[in-house]
Design a protein around this ligand. Sequence first.
Ligand code: NAP
Length: 254
Amino acid sequence: MISQRGANKTALVTGASRGIGRAIAERLAAEGYLVFANDLPARKAELTDLVATITSNSGRCEITYCDVSDAASVDAMAQDLLAKAGRLDVLVNNAGVRSVHLADDIQPDEWDRMFAVNTKGTFLVTRAFLSHLRSNGRGRVINIASIGGKLGGPTETHYCASKGAVVNFTQGLAREVAKDGITVNAVCPGVIATDMGRTHLEDPETLRKVLEKTSMGRVGNPEDVVGAVAFFASDDASFITGQSLNVDGGIIFH
Ligand code: NAP
């Protein structure tokens, strides 16, 4: 039985239509949070299915659309959420994009897209709720970064740089808002079997290299990531901020 740590609390999960975001939304709903599941309007069918799944398990979930890289759209979403729910307790910045190119081949637009969603999106959604969290005197911001943001990675320098910036944003903001009762932490997944992680899994040679460097000898599932998020969201993590926790089956040991 999962504990009801989210009773009377509201959480927002961005990029929740599939993969890790969907699993986080389901876990937080199972803990009793009223979950607002965000994604792009094109993901209406997937989000409707998520709401049906959560509701059938006696959880509560509402859909909230926006493109996290668009400031006006983010601000409108935040106003709408606060009007409906009255409060936000936990923000999970999960929405992300990734592509695979050698550095020589990364077009400037693709570099910008990576930073627009992964880095600016994290900033914009956080900024939209900061004054509300401050006025509550309590809040949890959890950013889904990546071990790539710490290690770097060949053929994904743009992605890794954007996630490294998320790790740094997490640290800086944690210092800025700690005395306001807000904690800011990051979860850094390793290779997780989702649509995004597929490029690691489809090519046998790439998969072999991943498994070789992963102590546990397997890739992760979205469900492997949700416990760390639920912990950072909880009162058990009230004295922890500015951290970036690797959830990677034993690739990085610091
Ligand atoms: P995923 O399956 O590709 O899901 C990403 C989600 O983000 C999708 O629902 C996507 O919507 C949404 N999204 C993309 N751009 C958006 C935008 N502008 N506004 C709102 N939503 C947007 O990826 P995942 O593997 O679950 O990854 C989730 C997070 O974990 C990402 O931040 C990723 O970088 C990070 N991560 C993943 C891995 C891995 O191996 N899978 C490893 C380390 C870190 P669409 O379907 O419309 O694109």
